[in-house]
Design a protein around this ligand. Structure first.
Ligand SMILES: Nc1ncnc2c1ncn2[C@@H]1O[C@H](COP(=O)(O)OP(=O)(O)OP(=O)(O)O)[C@@H](O)[C@H]1O
Ligand SMILES: [Mg+2]
Length: 458
């Protein structure tokens, strides 16, 4: 079954009649959005999966169609989101369009609360006298218990998962089971970007699903995105893989699923480059936590475009704070360093204090804490942000590690990544702590740790 041009027009007319845009004018759906709207509304489609480029209007269209479908068909609709924030976005769309037409506010239970609803957008539930109902549920945390949902005693006629791929397999199956008391009768709509090869990947290859696919080219053709915007995203530091997920709407490669640095990228950094760097000379210090790991000092030069490591020093001789501090200071002076970043974990704090307070230290000294909050909230912490920025520079050939210790490349290849349900990326260290890389990161923090970081990974 496919949508016909006439059905498409009809949906667009309905939306113009029932919904308003932010300016109060009739709301226009693009053809692709109208098909998404229809796929939710049409009861003969029982399984639907929609993948589109980011910012296409997925969440808005889901909200509009859920509202219209619930009312028109007196249906119970559950919208499931991976995080509170995501659930909130959908509910905001629903509530702001609830007042577009009397059809939606009539019969709404708790009419006295309607005005409150306009301002206080924390409601997760709309109920009408005729049995229509919309609920927004969040399943991001690990707390989707049978009890939690069972208490609700809510069985949905239509289950819509927004950002479905970010809902883990275990949660997805639980939610489906619990909401669809009679699974065969409930309709399931999954929508989002293809972040993972999980249940979202499986259903995409399942013949029972009606599928809608909209990549950035179609979004441009429909006027939802512009050529310039996409070009800017591509060149602004987004990785190839993220561009694939967000704009080409492709599932990530299985091999690249969790390694941060691909082999080819690391090889690229090994090649000596002839770029001239007109910027700063920086040092990064990672201190031994005793035992097996080493204290490493990395000296590099960097400007807005390029990075070159000049030297890496290792000290295994002592873990005495003062001696290590003096060793680092001498090397910084010898290498005419302008700024030193040091990893402040454990012993680091004491050594940092010592260095900072010596009168002969003329260079700046900056404390770095890997676990601190990232500037860009696409990352779980500052270390992850630094690592992904480094990866982007490396992929683009802006990094010269030809003078690095061989251990540096082992460190890079050992990093894994994890994506949390709020989309943020986290770097996971290999078992042996990557001292060479960490010392570089402590230095990079002094340059990239502020607000000036030029990277976007959605
Ligand atoms: N037909 C339309 N008319 C007016 N505004 C629209 C339309 N479609 C989308 N928008 C606007 O575009 C923006 C993105 O919409 P939405 O949040 O629904 O996209 P999305 O695909 O869910 O994005 P994300 O990938 O970030 O989740 C919103 O500001 C929304 O109001
Ligand atoms: Mg969305």
């Amino acid at each position: 079954m496919e949508i016909t041009p006439r059905q498409l027009k009809a949906i667009q007319i309905v939306c113009r009649g029932f919904f308003k845009n932010d300016d109060g004018d009739p709301l226009e759906l693009t053809d692709g959005q109208a098909e998404i709207f229809w796929s939710i509304y049409n009861p003969s489609l029982q399984r639907v999966q929609i993948m589109t480029t980011t910012q296409y209007g997925k969440s808005l269209t889901v909200a509009l169609s859920a509202l219209y479908t619930a009312k028109r068909r007196k249906a119970k609709v559950a919208i499931v989101a991976p995080t509170d924030k995501q659930g909130g976005i959908i509910m905001d769309y629903i509530i702001s369009h609830l007042f577009d037409n009397e059809f939606f506010t009539k019969g709404l239970i708790d009419v006295t609360g309607i005005e409150k609803m306009r301002t206080q957008k924390t409601r997760d539930r709309l109920v009408w006298l005729d049995g229509a109902e919309i609920r927004v549920l969040t399943v991001g945390a690990s707390n989707v218990t049978a009890k939690g949902l069972g208490v609700m005693g809510f069985h949905a006629d239509i289950i819509i998962e927004d950002e479905s791929s970010l809902i883990p397999d275990s949660h997805h199956s639980k939610v489906t089971r619990m909401l669809g008391g009679n699974v065969r009768k409930s309709k399931m709509v999954k929508i989002g970007n293809p972040f993972f090869r999980n249940h979202f990947y499986n259903s995409w290859h399942n013949d029972r699903f009606y599928k809608i696919f909209i990549d950035y080219k179609r979004a441009i053709a429909e006027g939802r995105l512009t050529e310039e915007f996409v070009e800017e995203q591509k060149t602004s530091g987004m990785s190839k893989e993220d561009f694939g997920v967000m704009y080409l709407v492709q599932f990530p490669d299985r091999v690249a699923d969790d390694a941060v640095f691909e082999y080819d990228t690391v090889e690229k950094t090994k090649i000596a480059k002839d770029f001239k760097i007109d910027g700063w000379r920086v040092a990064g210090l990672d201190l031994s936590r005793g035992g097996a790991d080493a204290t490493v000092l990395t000296i590099f030069e960097i400007d807005d475009h390029n990075l070159r490591v000049l030297k890496q020093y290792e000290n295994n001789e002592t873990s005495d704070s003062i001696q290590v501090g003096n060793w680092a200071i001498d090397l910084c002076i010898e290498n005419k360093v302008g700024i030193l970043g040091y990893d402040a974990l454990g012993l680091g704090g004491a050594i940092g204090d010592y260095i900072m307070n010596l009168p002969e230290v003329k260079f700046d000294v900056v404390e770095y804490k890997a676990g601190n909050k990232a500037v860009d909230n696409n990352f779980a912490n500052i270390k992850s942000q630094l690592v992904f920025t480094l990866r982007t520079w490396s992929e683009r050939g802006q990094v010269d590690f030809s003078m690095c210790s061989g251990q540096m490349f082992i460190d890079l290849l050992g990093l894994n990544k994890k994506r949390a349900s709020d989309r943020s990326l986290r770097v996971v260290d290999p078992q042996d702590s990557p001292d060479y890389l960490d010392s570089l990161l402590a230095g990079l923090f002094t340059v990239w740790g502020g607000n000036k970081v030029n990277i976007t990974v959605l």
